[in-house]
Design a protein around this ligand. Structure first.
Ligand code: GDP
Length: 297
């Protein structure tokens, strides 16, 4: 399970202060030292950990007194709130364009789960929000990617716009939006090309697609199993494209948690969804608060 090691360590650490009727400065220091090590071991960004510990210490040592909680419980509350804030605080909603269709551009490196997530997101929008999305196959470099999206479209009984591998991705995106307007689709989700690494050619193409489609959301799909790499990838995509949010995939695996905890703090962009498996219904809205509670028990 994801975060298992981190959850174990943090829960053991906070357990030690939980019942305390009096928490001394030395107790807080001891606890934050252990929390710091646990976060670093879970591959959380070094600077993120440093700032987090500083905030927890400040708040826990000079903490506001609340009658309903023991001092130990108050310290735990501080850790939980700060962890939730680190991951984005409140859950953020998906955009809705004033004039339909709402355009969502899916970007990311190959293998991160972009195509699968395109299908999952469409499925979620239809199920939860009663939307009528159209999918767009704009990854023309990998014929398999188009087939994969078409297969997902069939499984979902949802239209997939494609012009094959010969067309230009920018033209595909433009024509897809026209078609969506004609056919009254309220969401257009564009599956763009991925590469093994961030490169200039890819970014140029994505910037061109962004320019012609003026997307309401640009979601970067990253694999949570890749830890700090995922954070670095998010930083470069954000610099080039000004992404609006992140979808973290493979949180059903045994990821240590570093990416989930660092991405918002490093890039300033929220994690909007979490991939929890390979199936089309295994995508969930990401709730920082619930995630923090899950980690801290
Ligand atoms: P793309 O190259 O980024 O388009 O990646 P794909 O959508 O082809 O996904 C790559 C692999 O990751 C596929 O085998 C997917 O089934 C798998 N995958 C995607 N999302 C998840 C997830 O949330 N959990 C798990 N376990 N596997 C996933």
């Amino acid at each position: 399970m994801a975060f298992e090691g981190l959850a174990d360590r943090l829960q053991k650490t906070i357990q030690k202060v939980k019942g305390k009727g009096k928490v001394t400065e030395a107790d807080v220091k001891e606890m934050t030292r252990e929390v710091r090590l646990a976060l670093l071991e879970a591959d959380v960004n070094f600077k993120v950990v440093k700032d987090f510990i500083k905030r927890v210490k400040e708040r826990a040592i000079g903490q506001e007194v609340m009658d309903s909680l023991t001092p130990g419980q108050q310290v735990i509350k501080v850790v939980k709130e700060e962890l939730s804030d680190l991951m984005g605080g409140e859950q953020s909603k998906i955009a809705v364009a004033n004039k339909p269709p709402t355009v969502i551009m899916m970007v990311g490196l190959q293998g991160a789960g972009k195509t699968t997530t395109t299908g999952k997101l469409a499925n979620l929008l239809r199920k939860k929000n009663n939307r009528n999305p159209m999918l767009v196959a704009a990854d023309v470099y990998r014929p398999a990617a188009i087939n994969q999206l078409e297969t997902l479209g069939k499984q979902l009984d949802m239209p997939v716009f494609s012009l094959g591998t010969e067309a230009n991705p920018v033209d595909i995106a433009k024509q897809a939006i026209d078609k969506a307007k004609e056919e009254h689709h309220d969401y257009v989700i564009i599956d763009t090309a991925g590469r093994l690494h961030v490169d200039e050619q890819l970014m140029d193409e994505l910037q061109n697609i962004k320019e012609v489609t003026t997307p309401d959301e640009i979601f970067l799909v990253v694999d949570s199993m890749t830890g700090q790499d995922a954070v670095n990838v998010a930083e470069s995509f954000d610099e080039q494209l000004d992404i609006s949010g992140v979808v973290l995939t493979k949180l059903d695996g045994d990821t240590r948690g570093g990416a989930a905890i660092s991405i918002k703090a490093v890039t300033g962009k929220p994690i909007k969804y979490a991939g929890m498996g390979e199936k089309l219904d295994e995508l969930e809205a990401f709730h920082p608060e619930r995630m923090a509670s899950r980690i801290l028990g």
